[in-house]
Structures are given as structure tokens and as C-alpha cells.
Design a protein around this ligand. Structure first.
Ligand SMILES: Cc1cc2nc3c(=O)[nH]c(=O)nc-3n(C[C@H](O)[C@H](O)[C@H](O)COP(=O)(O)O)c2cc1C
Length: 359
């Protein structure tokens, strides 16, 4: 395959395994990269030490390019009143599981924007590609990463964000549609245009000049082919890789993804403090009914969400977990990351051939 994105990185397949904090692993990323795609590790929710280990581990498993993903959200502002109100909202659920929560909620991980050590780590280790989610870092950071020879990409959910990415001098745009599993990459958490992947690819293709990476609701090679037809240079698949052997998604989460439960997903702010799409469980359908105005900042809300999930898990319940999944989640297949990557490549080839033979 030869697209603007495969040329940029000298890789064989127009396929990125999405970075997925808490799910993707060095093993997953390396398998994808070793089979011609671009594997990704997500260090947005990691400590510096964990990030360092993940990068080093991936390096031992592949000599191919891989992507390292960071979160560029505005650092959380503590708001004791809002946090107390949120804990009060959650209190009946903790009572249900007979567990008293910690009420001193914390910002459980630090934004890349406030982590100079993380920047130093990237400059020292020089992964082939770094990707930004939830916004962009300042120009000085972008300049330093570019000067180190690192290719840069970022998520856009609308034309304004895509134009900002282009103006910042990045190499490609991840066009994340509303179908996508996990967190919306929106720059401003209060502003979401909710554009679908199909529309977004075409809009960005027409109005920007950078290679477009389609993301959201793509589960097989035919979906990748469709994205390429619309003008994308690659596709980034997240949910499809959640039930792979190399995933660290819990067994319960993976089992639900492979069950009829995967047929319905919804966006909620109640789990982490920012909008994200997952399979509907009680934290979405019940807790999420609260007025969003009382949700503490991301990721302070996540501290409460993770405590509640841990409490529910003591009774074997997945009803309060972050079961991130995209709208096409019911098409997920259980296999290992190498097999999935090879299957996607074969399906893509077949889809493109059958399309051109029909022409
Ligand atoms: C479990 C999960 C975790 C995710 N975590 C991240 C992340 O850490 N960084 C990121 O840029 N995107 C993350 N995403 C979003 C993906 O990059 C991508 O936009 C999305 O998976 C595409 O939609 P799909 O799941 O339908 O393939 C995550 C998605 C999922 C499903």
C-alpha cells in the first residue's frame, strides 16, 4: 500500500492501532508494527517511570516505527465544593457496595502540558512518532520534538481543530468521528460538534492539506478501504484491538465486548470528567443522568469513577467500569494483534480489488 501516511513513515499498511491508555501494551504495539502497521502505546495516564519502561519495552520487541501518545488537556482545577457535590451524588452507589469512598479526590495523572519531564523523555528516546489527544502543546514543545526528528500527529474532531493542527506544523491529522470509542479528542471539553467519521474525513480532505487518518467505527478491512476511498491516508482502529491477546483490558470488559452488550454505546462525562464513549452500563445510564455542571474536572472525576468501579468489582460487577467502545463494537473479534493486523490487511486488499474489478 502506498499512501501519504505510509510514505511519511515508510510502513507497509495504512493502519494505526490506536493508543489506548489502560488497554494497549508494548506487546500489542510491537506486533502491529512488526506486521506492517503502526503500533501505538499510550502514556497519557502513566507516570514518568511507567512511560520510560513502556517505550523501552516496545523498543526491545520491534525495530519498526511506533507511536507514543500523550494527553494535552488543560490541567485540572481542584474545586472542593463541586467534588463534594459529586461524591454526594455517588454516595448511594458506594453504600450499595458497602464501601466508604476516599473523599479527597485527586488529579490522578498529569497533563503533558504540565510535565516537562515527559517532554525530556520523548526528546531522549525519540520515538518515530508522537501523537497528541485533547489539544496541542505550545509551539516551543512542537519545535523541540520536530528538531529531534519526531513526526507529530494530533486528533481533530472538527475543521477548527484540524486547522489549528495544520497551522502548528504537524505531519498528519487523526480525524476522530463521533462513532469513536474512548475519549472524544475535543480541544474544548464544553464544545463538541459531534461530526461522524464519514463527514469529517471528507471535510478535512477538502479543507486541509495534511494526510488524514480516519478514526471511529472502523472494525475491518472494508471499513479501512471505505476511509481510503473518502480521502483518508490511513485508518486508526481502537475498539477492534481491545479484545486481542496482548490487551490489558480486563477479562470482564473483553467478555462484554464480545457479547450482545456491545450493540449499544453512549457518550458520558460521568466516568472521567470528559466525554467518552463506552458500552452502556449503570455508570452511564444511572450516574451519568446527573447534571454535567456538577462533574469535577478531568481526570479528578476519574479518581471517583475508579474507586466506584473497584467497589463494584468486589461483587463481580462491571456496571461502574470504563467499558470504552466505539459504535461498531459488536463487530469486534477475539484474536491476537498479529492475526488481527494480518486479517485487516487481507480484507483491505480484497475490498480494494473487488471494488476496482466492479468499476
Ligand atoms: C479503550 C480505548 C482507549 C482509548 N484511549 C486513547 C488514548 O489513550 N489516547 C488517544 O489518543 N485515543 C484513545 N482512544 C481513542 C482512539 O484513539 C480512537 O479515536 C478510537 O478508538 C477510534 O474509534 P473505534 O474505537 O471505533 O475504532 C481510546 C479508545 C478506546 C476504545
Amino acid at each position: 500500500m502506498n499512501t501519504a501516511f505510509t510514505r511519511l513513515l515508510q510502513i507497509n499498511l495504512p493502519l494505526i492501532q490506536a493508543p489506548m491508555a489502560g488497554v494497549s501494551t508494548p506487546e500489542m504495539a510491537a506486533q502491529v508494527s512488526n506486521h506492517g502497521g503502526l503500533g501505538s502505546i499510550a502514556i497519557g495516564a502513566s507516570t514518568l517511570e511507567q512511560a520510560e519502561q513502556m517505550i523501552a519495552k516496545t523498543r526491545t520487541l520491534t525495530s519498526k516505527p511506533f507511536n507514543v501518545n500523550v494527553f494535552c488537556h488543560a490541567p485540572a482545577q481542584a474545586d472542593p465544593e463541586r467534588q463534594a457535590a459529586w461524591m454526594q451524588h455517588l454516595a448511594p452507589y458506594f453504600t450499595e457496595f458497602g464501601i466508604a469512598p476516599r473523599t479527597d479526590l485527586k488529579e490522578i495523572y498529569t497533563s503533558f502540558l504540565a510535565s516537562p519531564d515527559m517532554l525530556t523523555l520523548l526528546l531522549d528516546t525519540r520515538p518515530a512518532i508522537v501523537s497528541f489527544h485533547f489539544g496541542l502543546p505550545p509551539a516551543s514543545t512542537i519545535d523541540q520534538l520536530k528538531a529531534a526528528g519526531i513526526r507529530l500527529i494530533a486528533t481533530a474532531t472538527n475543521l477548527t481543530e484540524a486547522r489549528a493542527i495544520e497551522a502548528a506544523g504537524l505531519d498528519a491529522i487523526v480525524a476522530q468521528g463521533f462513532e469513536a470509542g474512548g475519549h472524544r479528542g475535543i480541544f474544548d471539553p464544553e464544545h463538541d460538534d459531534a461530526i461522524g467519521t464519514f463527514a469529517l474525513i471528507q471535510i478535512l480532505r477538502a479543507q486541509t492539506r495534511l494526510p488524514i487518518i480516519a478514526s471511529g467505527g472502523i472494525m475491518d478491512g472494508r471499513g479501512i478501504a471505505a476511509a481510503l476511498m473518502l480521502g483518508a491516508s490511513a485508518a486508526q482502529l481502537g475498539t477492534a484491538y481491545v479484545p486481542t491477546t496482548e490487551s490489558i483490558a480486563s477479562a470482564g470488559y473483553q467478555a462484554l465486548l464480545l457479547s450482545p452488550r456491545a450493540e449499544l454505546t453512549r457518550i458520558t462525562r460521568a466516568i472521567s470528567g470528559r466525554d467518552a464513549r463506552g458500552m452502556v452500563n449503570r455508570i452511564i445510564s444511572e450516574v451519568g443522568q446527573a447534571a454535567p455542571a456538577i462533574v469535577p474536572d478531568y481526570p479528578i472525576t476519574y479518581d471517583a469513577g475508579k474507586q466506584l468501579h473497584a467497589a463494584a468489582l468486589t461483587q463481580g460487577s462491571q456496571e461502574f467500569g470504563a467499558l470504552w467502545a466505539g459504535q461498531a463494537a459488536s463487530l469486534a473479534r477475539a484474536m491476537d494483534a498479529a492475526q488481527l493486523t494480518q486479517t485487516l490487511a487481507a480484507e483491505l486488499k480484497e475490498a480494494l480489488q473487488s471494488f476496482s474489478s466492479r468499476e
